[in-house]
Design a protein around this ligand. Structure first.
Ligand code: GDP
Ligand code: MN
Ligand code: MN
Length: 252
């Protein structure tokens, strides 16, 4: 397989047709996977906001005060309000905000970015990234689209690319029922390919001022496996999420 960034994309603004902009810069093939950083999807969808658009509720004030106390830094309660409005559940509120977004993704600060946001203070994640992916796919000469974000992860330092939306391919390759080299039947392996593609694409996209938010993955085949669209865990069965609800920063 081969990965390359789409060259020459300008600063993306609300209303821009990302699919057309990509299609006119690259000769796409039907089986290419086009990986698009959520940053530019959000910009195109007008998800740029000023902090003043989030007048803080008492709850947001309380959260910001507690975070400020813990960190010794000033915390903006309008930012806490934006995070609350984007979230269906506050999973951790100290020493940082870990929340579940409406579309199922769990992330720090509900994935709200403060970098690469000209013209505003905040960039919110796309409302429904898989619908964004499907819309972008409609306008492309390629059949597969992944919307990515850069996220931290538990247990490891550093951030990496993950998939938050997808269209035209399954989220996972299901290896269950297939055999390993010893002939043993695989019982649990469901390989999440969209995260793996997102990570690879993010490696090419970079994080700073590079200006390469769209990466094409060429000559990658899903192969002859069953597919599954399960990506975000449901609350039932997500034992780490359940444990975090009961965890208290004060006891750690
Ligand atoms: P995120 O991972 O989705 O939060 O996106 P990042 O902010 O990390 O940006 C990923 C890549 O896209 C970097 O190379 C940025 O320089 C680039 N980028 C961000 N916004 C724009 C834009 O409006 N236009 C272009 N051409 N590049 C952008
Ligand atoms: Mn981001
Ligand atoms: Mn990034």
């Amino acid at each position: 397989m081969e990965l390359f960034a789409v060259p020459g994309l300008p600063e993306i603004r609300e209303g821009d047709d990302l699919a057309a902009m990509v299609d006119e810069r690259v000769d796409l093939r039907p089986d290419d996977v086009v990986c698009v950083a959520s940053t530019v999807v959000s910009k195109a969808e007008g998800r740029v906001f000023d902090l003043d658009e989030f007048p803080p509720s008492p709850r947001a004030n309380e959260i910001a005060d507690r975070l400020a106390e813990r960190s010794g830094e000033e915390k903006d309660s309008r930012f806490a309000q934006a995070v609350l409005e984007e979230s269906t559940e506050l999973i951790m509120e100290t020493p940082f905000l870990l929340t579940a977004t409406r579309f199922g993704h769990i992330g720090v600060n509900a994935g709200i970015d403060r970098s690469n946001v000209p013209g505003g203070d905040l960039l919110l994640l796309p409302k429904r990234p898989s619908e964004s992916a499907a819309r972008i796919r409609e306008g492309l000469s390629a059949d597969r689209v992944v919307v990515t974000d850069t996220c931290g992860r538990p247990f490891r330092h550093g951030q990496r690319g993950v998939a938050i939306g997808w269209a035209g391919l399954p989220a996972s390759r299901d290896w269950r029922g297939e055999r390993d080299r010893d002939g043993r039947e695989l019982g649990v392996t469901v390989q999440n390919v969209i995260d793996e593609l997102a990570s690879a694409a993010n490696l090419v996209a970079g994080e700073g001022a590079g200006g390469t938010p769209v990466v094409v993955v060429r000559d990658w085949a899903f192969g002859d496996h069953d597919g599954s669209d399960s990506h975000f865990r449901e609350v039932e069965g997500d034992f780490v999420r359940q444990a975090l609800r009961e965890w208290d920063y004060e006891d750690s």
